[in-house]
Design a protein. Structure first.
Length: 218
């Protein structure tokens, strides 16, 4: 997995197919993401075509642990909030070709993130996931009860149920995280995966790189 500028157009077309009601990344956003944190941008390929993507940045989680929106934490998709001094890999986006769902592409993208977290010696992965099943029952229950029912196994949410199977812990609700996403009614689930191999007594690979080059990268 990996990403290069030549992949931008097919990636954007795939994103538009997956989320037809949401504006896809712009090419300048992709270019900026690759500039600030190239190793954090993953794609899955099959038969020489892009079938999935996982975009990430590194943050100091204490700066964002309170309520925030996707637009705020990703700097509107430019990832200029990326901070090599951080210990948290933040999952900004994941999408998979809708014709290939159920073929473990999402699992491989999540595993790619976990491997990245271990390789860089980061403490955790945190993300805020859509709740696409919520809008169908929003008039019947608050979002907090909906998530509880997913955790209890009474309901299945296409995203949260998958994330729980991938070993993530549910940590709470972020309201108005994606205000334009209708199927989640703007809400998102805050999830976390803790790197059991994190070594607190040594710097992360990004911190080491920053020191070697004389300071933080832009």
């Amino acid at each position: 997995m990996g990403q290069n500028p030549a992949m931008s157009m097919p990636l954007l077309k795939l994103q538009e197919r997956v989320y037809p009601t949401i504006a896809p990344w712009r090419r300048d956003q992709l270019a900026r993401q690759l500039d600030v944190f190239p190793e954090g941008q993953l794609v899955a390929e099959r038969d020489d075509r892009i079938v999935g993507c996982a975009s990430s940045l590194v943050i100091v989680w204490d700066e964002w642990a309170d309520e925030h929106t996707w637009r705020e934490i990703t700097a509107a998709g430019t990832f200029s909030t990326h901070n090599p001094e951080g210990l948290t890999l933040y999952g900004a986006e994941v999408f998979v070709d809708p014709t290939l769902r159920g073929q473990r592409i999402g699992h491989h993208l999540y595993e790619g993130r976990r491997q990245m977290c271990r390789r860089l010696n980061l403490r955790r992965i945190i993300a805020c996931g859509r709740l696409p099943g919520y809008s169908a029952v929003a008039e019947q229950m608050p979002v907090e009860l909906y998530v509880k029912k997913v955790l209890w196994g009474d309901l299945v949410d296409p995203v949260l149920s998958f994330q729980l199977r991938e070993g993530f812990r549910f940590c709470g609700i972020m309201s108005d995280y994606l205000p334009d996403v209708v199927d989640s009614c703007g809400h998102a689930s805050l999830i976390a995966w803790v790197n059991s191999g994190y070594q607190s007594k040594r710097p992360t690979a990004l911190q080491t790189s920053s020191t070697d080059t004389g300071g933080l990268q832009p």
